[in-house]
Design a protein around this ligand. Structure first.
Ligand SMILES: Cc1cc2nc3c(=O)[nH]c(=O)nc-3n(C[C@H](O)[C@H](O)[C@H](O)COP(=O)(O)OP(=O)(O)OC[C@H]3O[C@@H](n4cnc5c(N)ncnc54)[C@H](O)[C@@H]3O)c2cc1C
Length: 458
């Protein structure tokens, strides 16, 4: 059967919806409202966001200025997300019922974040993108009424973006007590001098507010009470964004990771969050839920990599050494291993989210650390396998030993491949069709390196 025929015969809906796939250990903690919303998010990501990803990449690659020429498809998708009521799910209900939380727990949003992680633009399109999510939580939790009115409101509405400035070029910033940026208290203002780098989002001209960590009391005998955090408007005099740093050659436009200096920057005294010496405490509070979000998005990315793997294994044109890729044992074993590793990692993250919901991030420190370390390693492994099956087929020397483990892996991999291939092939083809319609709707020529190339395979 050709890929095109799959389109007619198979519906795009997965056989099991995201809510039906929630691991049994987590089910008792997920409300009916959250289950419905999760399925809505899943459908929106699959049917609308992933096709729009191609349009986004095309618009970004053809704009004259990648930092200011924001792809219009993102605004189109934001509008759509608001229409569907898919907005700000990250803001947990137990703390922020009065601040615009749509009423989900960290666990419930974690399940949704996995779906968002499958698309490049989905998180931003529904106002659930880092670093804004962590920053909004900080302002919601620690800000005064006036600070919330000025900054939280436009952030929650998706009108502006924000940055979190902690890391510095001259010190080992993984240890927060090393932070050097000096914040001096003057009669009617704070005076800031120092520099920051890896300030994510600083390249975006919609980034209007920085949360800046620095030292207000460098001589305090307790090194964890030396730091404070201030809300600093990005356009304040004395702030210079020098350059955007690159990650393996990618500058991540229009988001960017900035190298920024502060020279005699003045902000009013009421810019401080909570009070002097509270910087470390705020930092710890910020990192807990954010790590769950990152981890679940990475699980979503790994799921998509596995889908691409299965898609490639069922490309009938690829028959090295006389048989389809799916009949090469090692590749089906990669499918099996990926399935197991993703499922195991998800349990670790959901467990951490449940513990945060039971009390707070401090209560779940160990579980959060487990998730933070484990998931990126797993995602890299799965993505690496997906990359490999897409071309570098020279490596076929993976250990293939006899024994019951291997037999299990074969069965597991074959089942995953058999049960999901039709649905995945049909879904990918339909997503391409939707992307093409969206290109036309927006008056654009389909992106040759993406949709057209993919379509030419059908
Ligand atoms: C893409 C990207 C986006 C980022 N976005 C932001 C942002 O928005 N805001 C922000 O403030 N920062 C951001 N960062 C910076 C990031 O948080 C820091 O790089 C990180 O905290 C490490 O600090 P450092 O680079 O100063 O490394 P260092 O603190 O110098 O650490 C270097 C290495 O030392 C080792 N090490 C450190 N501590 C230990 C230990 N206890 N035991 C053993 N080994 C250890 C680790 O291998 C570590 O990688 C971003 C970084 C990247 C790559």
């Amino acid at each position: 059967m050709s890929f095109a025929n799959h389109l007619e015969n198979v519906t795009i809906q997965p056989k099991i919806s995201a809510s039906q796939a929630i691991p049994p250990v987590a089910v008792p903690f997920v409300s009916e409202k959250a289950k419905k919303h999760l399925d809505l998010v899943e459908r929106w990501v699959n049917e609308e966001c992933i096709p729009a990803d191609t349009v986004y990449a095309s618009q970004l690659n053809t704009t004259t200025n990648r930092w200011t020429g924001h792809p219009s498809v993102l605004d189109h998708m934001k509008k759509r997300a608001k229409e569907l009521g898919i907005w700000n799910m990250f803001l947990p209900k137990n703390h922020f019922a009065n601040e615009g939380s749509p009423g989900f727990t960290n666990l419930e949003y974690g399940l949704m974040a996995e779906q968002l992680g499958k698309s490049r633009i989905a998180s931003e399109a529904c106002n659930c993108a880092a670093p804004d999510t962590g920053n909004m939580e900080v302002i919601a939790r620690y800000g005064t009424r006036a600070q919330k009115d000025q900054w939280l409101k436009p952030l929650l509405a998706g009108e502006i973006r924000s940055g979190f400035l902690m890391t510095e070029p001259d010190v080992a910033s993984s240890d927060g007590s090393n932070i050097q940026l000096r914040i001096e208290k003057k009669s009617d203002h704070w005076l800031l001098n120092g520099s920051k780098w890896w300030s994510s989002g600083a390249g975006d001209d919609r980034c209007k507010i920085f949360i800046v960590m620095g030292k207000t009391d460098p001589n305090n005998s307790n090194k964890f009470l030396q730091q404070s955090m201030l809300l600093v408007p990005a356009e304040t005099k004395g702030i210079t964004v020098h350059r955007m740093l690159s990650v393996y050659g990618y500058d991540d436009a229009p988001h960017g990771h900035g190298h920024i200096s502060f020279k005699d920057v003045k902000v009013p005294l009421d810019s401080i969050l909570v009070g002097e010496g509270k910087g470390n405490e705020i930092m710890q509070g910020r990192l807990g839920p954010g790590r769950i979000h990152h981890a679940m998005r990475s699980i979503g990315a790994a799921e998509v990599a596995l889908e691409w793997m299965i898609h490639r294994l069922n490309d009938e044109r690829k028959t090295p050494f006389g048989k389809p890729l799916r009949e090469h044992g090692v590749l089906i074993e990669w499918v099996a291993k990926s399935r197991m590793e993703i499922d195991a990692s998800r349990l670790v993250v959901l467990n951490a989210a449940i513990k945060i919901d039971q009390k707070d991030a401090k209560f779940a420190l160990r579980e959060i650390a487990e998730a933070k370390v484990l998931v990126p390693q797993m995602a890299l492994t799965v993505i690496d396998r997906a990359v490999q099956v897409h071309g570098a087929m020279g490596i076929r020397t993976l250990r293939i030993a006899d024994g019951p483990d291997e037999a299990h892996l074969q069965q597991l991999g074959k089942r995953e491949n058999k049960e999901r291939k039709d649905e995945i092939i049909a879904k990918f083809a339909r997503q391409t069709q939707t992307a093409e319609k969206l290109f036309k709707q927006m008056g654009l020529t389909p992106y040759l390196l993406g949709a057209e190339k993919f379509r030419s395979k059908l």
